[in-house]
Write a new protein. Structure first.
Length: 240
């Protein structure tokens, strides 16, 4: 199930708005109803429920904004392609022979703007290691983006980009709180629970293993599914 109301209200009104808070209450009621129906249907002992999201949300600031068109020595005509209007990151393909020029023009253009050649982009973003990522990658500090009142896609170490993770069901230990972990590890967990062989990904099953009940084995022989149990935890490293 995907509930997108808090994402869209967060973009439109900002994460601290009354509209977003009301939307969170609505999501909370839906989760309550879901758990109630799981109980009433006698599914608690064989259904695992995970509640998480793909990112947090940051309030956008409207001061000291970043305008590339005002940057000295930078010209859009030096680019073959630009993607600059979706959130706080930017993708640029400089024209043949213009990479160094565009890079050095933007590199120190604004204290809140970070400019990287693809191969130098920080590994912890899990972002630049793909053929579709452009030779120059830009991102801004939390809050710096022009279009919405709330935004995500900032540095995944920023506190407001972090999200929640709750899990309850027979596969999980009860009442356990674990250390923060990166959301890239959730996919491997879901695949394991569903008995699906994962496609290549950046995560690891090792990270979520401490949450698993010991005992029975899954189709892949690592996690286990005995008596109903609960697990609650609060990761700090959700990806933006
Ligand atoms: Zn969004």
């Amino acid at each position: 199930m995907r509930e997108d109301g808090d994402n869209s209200s967060g973009h439109k009104y900002g994460p601290e708005s009354t509209q977003r808070k009301n939307m969170i209450k609505q999501v909370d009621r839906t989760v309550g109803y879901l758990r109630q129906r799981i109980r009433e249907s006698g599914l608690e002992s064989n259904l695992n429920l995970i509640i998480t999201s793909d990112h947090g949300m940051e309030t956008v600031v409207k001061t000291d904004e970043i305008y590339l068109r005002n940057v000295t020595n930078f010209a859009f005509k030096d680019l073959d392609f630009e993607l600059l209007d979706y959130g706080p990151s930017g993708l640029l393909v400089p024209k043949e022979g213009k990479l160094e020029q565009v890079y050095s023009a933007l590199k120190n253009a604004h204290p809140k703007l970070h400019v990287y050649k693809k191969e130098e982009f920080p590994k912890r973003f899990h972002y630049a290691n793909h053929s579709r990522i452009t030779p120059l990658v830009l991102y801004s500090d939390p809050g710096y983006v022009q279009f919405n009142k709330g935004e995500h896609g900032f540095d995944n170490q920023a506190m407001n980009m972090k999200t929640i993770f709750r899990a309850v069901g027979p596969a999980f230990k009860k009442g356990l709180e674990v250390e923060p972990f990166e959301s890239v590890n959730v996919y491997a967990l879901l695949c394991e629970l569903l008995g699906i062989t994962p496609e290549p990904h950046d995560g690891s099953l090792e990270v979520t293993k401490p949450m698993a009940q010991q005992g029975l084995c899954t189709s892949h022989g690592t996690l286990s599914f005995p008596a109903p149990d609960q697990h609650w935890h609060r990761p700090g490293h959700g990806l933006g």
